[in-house]
Design a protein around this ligand. Structure first.
Ligand code: SIN
Ligand code: FE
Length: 292
C-alpha cells in the first residue's frame, strides 16, 4: 500500500469522562475537521458478564447489517430474541450511547450541545468476507453518504469501540485526504436535477429532498467504490484498531474501508455546519471550491 502522512493521532485517555484541557480539545476538533482520526487505544467500553452473550451474530434478524437504536426513536431494530433479551440488548446499546455522548462532551466540549445523537449500533457480524453489492461493500474505500438520508451539509461524526472479546482487532484502511479524492472524481458526477430529487422524495426513496451536496457526495461514494484501480492504487494505509480501543472520525470526510473485525459498537452524531470550527475544511466547502 502506498504511504502518506498518517492521519491518526493516539490519545492516552482511559475514561469516557476524561478531563481534557481547552487547548487540547481545540486541537482535537481541528484534527477531526481536517480529516484526522482520534484513536484512543486505552478507552474500553465495559460489557457486563450478563451481556457477553449478546456478542454473537445469532441475535441478528438476518436482514439488517447491524442491531441498532435509531435516532430519537430508540426502538431496537435488526435483532431477534425474547422481549427480555431485546430489552437487555437495548440497555447495553443505550449505555454505549451515553458513554459516547460523555466522551464528546469531555473531549470536544464545543460540540457537546450541537452534536445531535443519531443511530447507535452493535455490530457482531464478521466484516471480512461479507457478501454484498459493490455499492454496499464497506471493504472498499469510501466516504460515508447514504442514498435515503440526505444530510444537507450536516456532518457525520462517528465514535467506534471495538468490543471484540477474543482480542481481535478491527482492521481498516484509511485513504487519502478528501480533497485529493474529490479532485479525481468530481468531473464525473452527473448534473444535479431538482426535479429528479423531488421525484425520489415523492416516491419515498429519500427521507427529504436530496440537495446538490448530497447528490455529489452520493456519486463520489459510488464512483470511488466502483473504481477498482483507485481502490488498489490510491494512497492508503492499513490501520488496526485493537480490541478494547475507541476511535472517532468524520466518516463523511475520512476515506475508510473495513477489512476485518467482529463485535463493535458505534454512535453516529450529526453536527450542523454552523458549529464547525473550520468550515473551510468540510467536504461541502471543499466541493464548492473545486467547482469554482
Ligand atoms: C463503515 O464503512 O462505515 C463501517 C466501518 C466498520 O464497520 O468498521
Ligand atoms: Fe463507511
Amino acid at each position: 500500500m502506498s504511504d502518506f502522512k498518517n492521519p491518526i493521532i493516539a490519545l492516552p485517555y482511559d475514561s469516557f469522562m476524561a478531563k481534557v484541557s481547552v487547548d487540547d480539545q481545540e486541537s482535537y476538533i481541528k484534527h477531526l475537521e481536517h480529516g484526522g482520526v482520534l484513536f484512543l487505544p486505552n478507552l474500553t467500553f465495559k460489557i457486563a458478564p450478563s451481556e457477553e452473550r449478546f456478542l454473537s451474530p445469532k441475535w441478528s434478524d438476518g436482514r439488517a447489517k447491524n442491531i441498532y437504536l435509531r435516532g430519537n426513536e430508540r426502538k431496537i431494530r435488526g435483532a431477534k430474541g425474547s422481549e427480555a433479551d431485546l430489552q437487555a440488548m437495548s440497555e447495553l446499546i443505550e449505555r454505549y450511547a451515553l458513554n459516547a455522548k460523555q466522551l464528546i462532551s469531555n473531549l470536544l466540549f464545543d460540540y457537546a450541545d450541537h452534536a445531535k445523537p443519531a443511530n447507535t449500533s452493535l455490530r457482531c457480524i464478521e466484516a471480512a468476507g461479507r457478501i454484498t453489492s459493490w455499492r454496499k461493500d464497506d471493504s472498499r474505500l469510501h466516504a460515508d453518504a447514504f442514498p435515503s438520508r440526505p444530510t444537507h451539509g450536516e456532518r457525520i461524526l462517528r465514535v467506534f469501540t471495538n468490543v471484540n472479546p477474543y482480542g481481535k482487532p478491527r482492521v481498516w484502511k484509511v485513504g487519502e485526504p478528501f480533497a485529493d479524492m474529490a479532485r479525481k472524481f468530481l468531473s464525473e458526477v452527473p448534473h444535479y436535477s431538482k426535479m429528479q430529487a423531488k421525484l425520489l422524495h415523492m416516491l419515498g426513496i429519500t427521507k427529504s429532498v436530496r440537495g446538490e451536496y448530497d447528490h455529489a457526495m452520493l456519486h463520489l461514494h459510488d464512483l470511488v467504490k466502483a473504481d477498482l484501480d483507485y481502490q488498489q492504487h490510491a494512497p492508503q494505509m492499513r490501520s488496526e484498531f485493537p480490541a478494547n480501543s475507541t476511535w472517532i472520525v468524520y466518516s463523511d470526510q475520512v476515506l475508510h474501508a473495513v477489512l476485518a473485525g467482529q463485535h463493535m459498537m458505534e454512535q453516529t452524531l450529526h453536527v450542523a455546519p454552523e458549529y464547525l470550527h473550520y468550515p473551510e475544511a468540510s467536504p461541502k466547502k471543499t466541493l464548492e471550491t473545486l467547482l469554482n
